[in-house]
Design a protein around this ligand. Sequence first.
Ligand code: HCR
Length: 393
Amino acid sequence: TDATAVPPAQKSSWTNFIKQIASFSGDLSSLTAPPFILSPVSLTEFPAYWGERPELFSSIAEGVDEEDRSVRALKWFIATLKGQYTSRNEKMGSEKKPLNPVLGELFFGEWPETETRGKTTLTVEQVSHHPPVTAYRMYNAKSGVELSGFSGQKTSFSGGSIIVKQTGHALLTLHGLPTGKERYLITLPRLRIDGLWYGSPYTELSDMSYIQCENGWLSTIEYKGKGYFSGKPHSFKAVLTPPYNHPAPEEHTHVIEGTWHETSAYTKASGFQPELKPGLGTPYFTDVRGPKEEITVKPESEQSEWESRKLWRKVADGIKNGDYEVASKEKTKIETSQRQMRKDEQAAGTTWKLKYFEKIPHDEVYEHLASMYGGQPPTEEMYVYIGPDAVKD
Ligand code: HCR
């Protein structure tokens, strides 16, 4: 077999890279990859995938009851997966190695207000460099829907694929419902990066992830790829179950099956029949074949030196223009200045201070919600948003 997607001049460097990955477990970001696989986009931009269906996000709060809101939360979550996991393949031809954010790197953006929705804003901060950890907060003030979370990766190599265990979690909070606030824990699927040998990596999801609402509704999402139960890539099956003390659990269990990059539909929706509800009335549960809305970011001339696109501009241009010498020279400049900052901090006995988030070692909301369905690990840290528009309720 031949690594067909690898430019001839980079074949040996690609083979070396794969060998390095295979003999190494941990933080992939520190490995040097051949130019053809480099992406000009920093990992701090990735949380924007959560917001690319802004109507679905803000309308979670419009659900008439807990069951309806849980359905809407699941629908929005599934609809984000295509962007999260296949958009690099669509835009750049394959999964690529994102730029490894520096500590303190920031990314801001918004999905502007329209007639049908309020404005949704996103704040992202890189809270750790090695290993990379990204904290984010997305908020729609009009509907009171907020998502906050953090994202890290533990990687290993198995059977020719990179296995990525995602660390971190997200909390979805609906503020200001007539019944008070309602919180949901969202956990993240495991990734397998296949197609490495051919030089055209793509991401497949595996295992399970959960959306646990504090009032007891639980979505269990099972991911399968090609060759497993449906034989189709990017398949999933989601089961939404009512709280344990619900009087009619069977009639209120929802089952949705399909592919997360195309369409999914109910295979069981007895009782509640949300597909008949206004606004949810399509034969599909999710249909993400149409366009999504990318985040709006203010021009670089108005950005600070810490904002991702401005910070990486010269490196990104080098990668885009195929001028890898420039890219690597500019990357070295950024890394050198970062090392100097860490040295200065050490000498002064200080540490880097986060700007928009505060780290807490144990997240009680996570602990409580994970214990409801036996989620692992039993406890986890969290980065709490402390920006000027933090919601206090
Ligand atoms: C694993 C990955 C970096 C992390 C990316 C994450 C998990 C980040 C959080 C997002 O919400 C979802 C997401 C999607 C990406 O699929 C995932 C990336 C895929 C590749 C990249 C590696 C660090 C790069 C490996 C190098 C390969 C492509 C040769």
